[in-house]
Design a protein around this ligand. Structure first.
Ligand SMILES: [Zn+2]
Length: 258
């Protein structure tokens, strides 16, 4: 009996122990489930917030892309041109500024100056600018000097082509006087201008800049001279202002033929 009792008691303890273990399992199990529920819920809330935030970010991104696309479509082309160079100091400074801004310009050079500074003509070509003809000595076409004028154009083409190994297609006649028959005779296209800040008669950079910025429109062709410090400074500050206003600088070719 004593042994039985001991056995019974042992079994009873075991049962009690099992019950306690079960109870503990139940309690912890419930706690864990409850905790999981909270985790799942908070997880859900968190991921919900993430999705929402992601959605906002994506929406914003899409919105920004749309705005950029619209800006691209609304982009206003404009061309900046420089006559009477190349100048050993100011044209080089201008080319540095254009390179920094990744801007392509159009230069109408004088034959006599191009001959003096072939390295600047080479640089213009290397950096993607268009090089046009502005006669050899800055001669103005008159009824009395047509042959001389024509000869100056041919001579200048020879100087430029001798450096670039490319045909010269564009001419800017000094003072804008031109004879249409020369287009066929020389196979050249005249390029005039519609924004003239008269940079050659003032050393005032701000005045020149203001004049350019005020007159600039879509497809404008700006006339400047790369033989003055003030013109170079005004050109670069106008580029910065107009780019901010949605203008894109291109060569005259893009304005005239695209
Ligand atoms: Zn000129």
């Amino acid at each position: 009996m004593g042994i039985f009792m001991r056995k019974f008691k042992k079994q009873e303890w075991m049962i009690l122990g099992l019950e306690a273990a079960l109870a503990l399992l139940l309690i912890f199990g419930y706690k864990n489930t409850a905790a999981q529920k909270v985790d799942t819920w908070s997880g859900h809330v968190e991921s919900g917030a993430d999705e929402k935030e992601k959605g906002i970010k994506e929406g914003k991104k899409k919105g920004e892309e749309k705005e950029e696309e619209e800006e691209m479509l609304q982009e206003k082309k404009i061309a900046i041109t420089f006559d009477d160079g190349p100048h050993p100091v100011y044209t080089e400074k201008l080319l540095d500024g254009l390179k920094d801004r990744d801007i392509k310009a159009t230069f109408f050079v004088l034959g006599e100056k191009a001959k003096e500074h072939p390295e600047i003509i080479e640089r213009m070509q290397e950096e993607g600018h268009i090089i046009g003809n502005h006669t050899y000595t800055h001669i103005q076409l008159r009824s009395t000097n047509r042959e001389k004028f024509r000869d100056e154009l041919i001579r200048t083409n020879q100087v430029i082509s001798g450096i670039t190994e490319q045909e010269v297609q564009y001419v800017r006649p000094p003072y804008g006087t031109w004879d249409k028959k020369l287009e066929e005779e020389l196979n050249m296209f005249p390029v005039l201008w519609n924004v003239d800040p008269n940079d050659w008669c003032t050393g005032n950079t701000n005045r020149v800049t203001k004049s350019i910025v005020d007159k600039a429109k879509e497809n404008s062709i700006i006339l400047l001279h790369d033989c003055y410090q003030s013109s170079v400074d005004a050109a670069l500050s106008s580029i910065d202002i107009l780019e901010e206003r949605g203008f894109r600088f291109v060569t005259v070719e893009e304005i005239l033929f695209e």
